[in-house]
Write a protein that binds this ligand. Structure first.
Ligand code: PEP
Ligand code: MN
Length: 353
């Protein structure tokens, strides 16, 4: 990491970047209000820090040999105007700002009529962002794969409905991108690209999505430690894209016998991740529990734990849903969750995150 002097000129900054490139490394230039910080991307052991420290305009040059630094709290404090938190702006919605943000919608888009009816319902309930899966990650090749499973033409049609529903009900839209071949198409239609739990370890997918320079919702793998989760988010940041929203969605339960929940909701991960990074942290109680009767309490708990918002699956008739019906709540129930969470947030917000 290279910290520039307060009055460093553009030419001096550019000169440092060129020096970094000479050693086969990339540079992440973060211009704060008072100071510019340049992060080295790549194997820093190749870099001669004593040489960098002598370049004009440089205040300090030091090696930071950690798996994630571009998204770390320290880096954020040094650059980006010294802010501890860096909200992600999506249209006129701010994720990680003063207000909680709710992402809601069906697990999978099944038809235009289904999507529009749900969009109307979740908007009325107070949701800010509309979700809907097109490329569904499924455990069996024999189950419904989302409309994306029927080929790229149907995928594009479903994505165009998502865009239309979002525009109609004034909500930015999000969908999961499951593989690199889906990146270009999806980026043309949505405001946030989601990397699902099963793909958290796919560094090529993270890089390809990062390069689109659009906000990314990054979900924790159900078997990943927190350091791994942060380290793989760094692949997105290394593409110069810090518009990353982290999402806790449950980890694999332990022991034998019935566990009663789909995953174990790792609530403590929320404040822990928030202490490590300036990125906003969201929680998904739907996939974490797999149970609609737990959504209310677990949503309140996630907000009390410091989540900047929630992702909740919603459907006007959960029994009818082709995927994840057991964890869906109706728009009316969503409204109750949102009202309660906003009250919890009001109590918690004076408490330091
Ligand atoms: C989803 O949000 O649609 C999803 C499949 O979640 P996860 O990747 O957390 O399982
Ligand atoms: Mn789902």
């Amino acid at each position: 990491m290279i910290v520039m002097k307060a009055g460093a000129t553009d030419t001096e900054i550019q000169n440092v970047v060129e020096e970094i490139h000479k050693y086969g490394l990339a540079a992440d230039v973060s211009r704060g209000e008072f100071r510019t910080v340049i992060g080295l991307v790549g194997d820093e052991r190749k870099a001669p820090f004593s040489h960098f420290a002598l370049l004009p305009g440089v205040k300090e040059a030091m090696m930071i040999d950690t798996p994630y630094k571009l998204i770390s709290k320290e880096y954020g404090k040094l650059s980006d105007s010294g802010n501890e938190f860096r909200p992600v702006k999506v249209g006129n919605i701010t994720v990680g700002g003063d207000e909680l943000v709710y992402i809601a919608g069906p697990c999978a888009i099944e038809s235009k009529q289904q999507l529009f009816k749900i969009a109307e319902g979740v908007k009325r309930a107070g949701a800010h962002i509309l979700r809907g899966g097109v490329f569904k990650p499924r455990s069996s090749v024999h189950s419904f794969q989302g409309l994306g499973g029927n080929g790229m033409e149907e995928a594009e049609e479903a994505l165009s409905w998502l865009r239309e529903a979002g525009d109609m009900y004034e909500m930015p839209v999000i969908t999961e991108v499951r593989g690199e071949t889906q990146v270009d198409l999806t980026a043309r239609y949505v405001d946030i690209m989601q990397i699902g739990s099963r793909n958290m370890y796919d560094q090529d997918l993270a890089s390809a999505i990062g390069r689109k320079q659009k906000p990314v919702l990054f979900k924790r793998h159900f078997g990943a430690g927190i350091e791994e989760f942060l380290s793989f988010a760094e692949y997105i940041a290394a593409e110069g894209n810090k518009d990353i929203i982290m999402c806790e969605r449950g980890i694999i339960p332990v022991g034998k016998g019935k566990n009663f929940t789909r995953y174990t909701f790792d609530l403590a991960a929320i404040p822990v991740i928030q202490k490590e990074t300036f990125l906003p942290v969201l929680a998904d109680p739907s996939h974490a529990t797999g149970r609609r009767d737990l959504i209310f309490s677990m949503s309140c708990a996630a907000v009390a734990a410091g989540a900047s918002g929630l992702m909740i699956e919603s459907h006007y008739d959960p029994k009818e849903a082709l995927v994840d019906g057991s964890q869906m709540i109706t728009p009316d129930e969503l409204k109750e969750v949102i009202d309660a969470c906003n009250r919890v947030h009001a109590i918690m917000s004076p408490v330091k995150r």
